[in-house]
Design a protein around this ligand. Structure first.
Ligand code: 2E6
Ligand code: F3S
Length: 339
């Protein structure tokens, strides 16, 4: 747990506070394994619809290994093998894959699938679904597609007043998995005020990894002068980490890797905190730490662990048997050469 001694260095040297948990979540490990195992089992090319996870380095390395990333199924030759990304797809995409006789391997995170199943369950019961999330995000597009006629997207608390729903006693809210905990709480409070009978999950559908990384950032913000988040710009959970820190009054930047750190950010900074979004590989964090140590004089490092994570997801059934045969499950080294 946080400790005020973390912010002061007994030796007076510049200090790094490394947050834990950080980086890959169970859904990302599984999705990357799916692509790697599919390449091992079936050989290249393997098509992947959308970025398997929202990280430039992960996508580049898998592309190098033989994966072909496409935006739409129309780009996949008939009869080929295609992987759906961790963010999930709508039923319309599944139908198109079936019609085109594509061999589908689904890398949707099980925690995203859970939200899809809730949408289907409530839509069948005639409910209006209020989905709290960011428009145009892959996950939101997929979830909305489960029940497009009765799903209404809410992005901000002000959107709640604009809702026009037929029956106030048949409404349920669901959420994207990678939202800000605080902003989502405010939106849900506004929903409950307007629709006291609204149904929904216990709190929201924000996943354990998103939650833990945000709690760690909140805990470290009072102890540091700057936060660097390793992650890509299109990664929702990574962006939320930057926002959470900025809301605490501490500057924060999202960087794909050490090459994006601007020297002016570090001027006068003696305590820098480091974390990584759920799709950011650990080797990039290690490179950033070495860079701060060797080129910017951050000679001391402490790790601040707010919680242990031990979540693991099983592989999709269409791969697990083949993976056992090949012994290629690579959770400890998700991208890069295998031992
Ligand atoms: C799938 C669902 C949630 O942009 P976002 O944070 O959703 O996605 P990634 O790929 O950065 O993080 C993992 C993930 C996958 N989160
Ligand atoms: Fe799944 Fe959460 Fe990761 S929804 S892919 S465990 S960020």
């Amino acid at each position: 747990m946080p400790n005020s001694s973390l912010s002061t260095s007994p030796t007076g040297t510049k200090k790094i506070i490394l947050l834990s948990p950080r980086g890959f979540c169970a859904g990302v490990v599984r999705a990357i394994d799916v692509v790697k195992i599919a390449l091992d089992l079936y050989g290249a090319p393997i098509y992947v619809r959308k970025e398997i996870v929202h990280n430039r380095h992960v996508v580049d390395e898998l592309r190098e290994a033989g994966a072909i990333f496409v935006d739409e199924l129309a780009e996949v030759p008939g009869g080929s093998r295609v992987i759906f990304s961790a963010h999930g797809v709508s039923p319309a995409v599944r139908k198109e894959a079936l019609e085109r006789k594509l061999n589908v391997i689904d890398a949707t995170c099980p925690l995203v699938t859970k939200v899809h199943l809730e949408a289907v369950r409530f839509a069948r019961k005639g409910y209006s679904i209020v989905l709290v999330g960011h428009s145009n995000h892959d996950e939101v597009i997929g979830t909305m597609g489960e029940a497009p006629d009765c799903t209404h997207l809410v992005e901000h608390p002000e959107d709640v007043a604009k809702l026009d729903l037929p029956d106030p006693n048949k409404i349920v809210f669901l959420t994207q998995t990678t939202l800000s905990l605080d902003e989502t709480r405010d939106i849900i409070a506004a929903l409950k005020e307007r629709y006291p009978a609204i149904d929904g999950p216990g709190a929201q559908d924000i996943c354990y990894a998103t939650e833990n990384r945000q709690i760690a950032v909140k805990a470290v913000a009072p102890l540091c002068e700057l936060l660097l988040v390793v992650g890509s710009q299109n990664s929702s959970n990574s962006r939320r980490l930057v926002e959470v820190c900025e809301k605490s009054g501490v500057p924060a930047y999202l960087v794909d890797d050490r090459s994006e750190v601007r020297p002016e950010w570090l001027v006068g900074v003696n305590n820098v905190s480091i974390t990584a979004g759920a799709s950011a590989p650990e080797n990039l964090v290690e490179e950033l730490l070495a860079f701060l140590r060797d080129e910017h004089g951050f000679g001391e490092m402490v790790e601040m662990e707010i919680k242990e994570e031990d979540v693991r997801f099983t592989l999709p059934s269409e791969l697990s048997e083949g993976a056992m045969r090949l012994h290629t499950i690579s959770n400890a080294n998700p991208v890069g050469p295998r031992p």
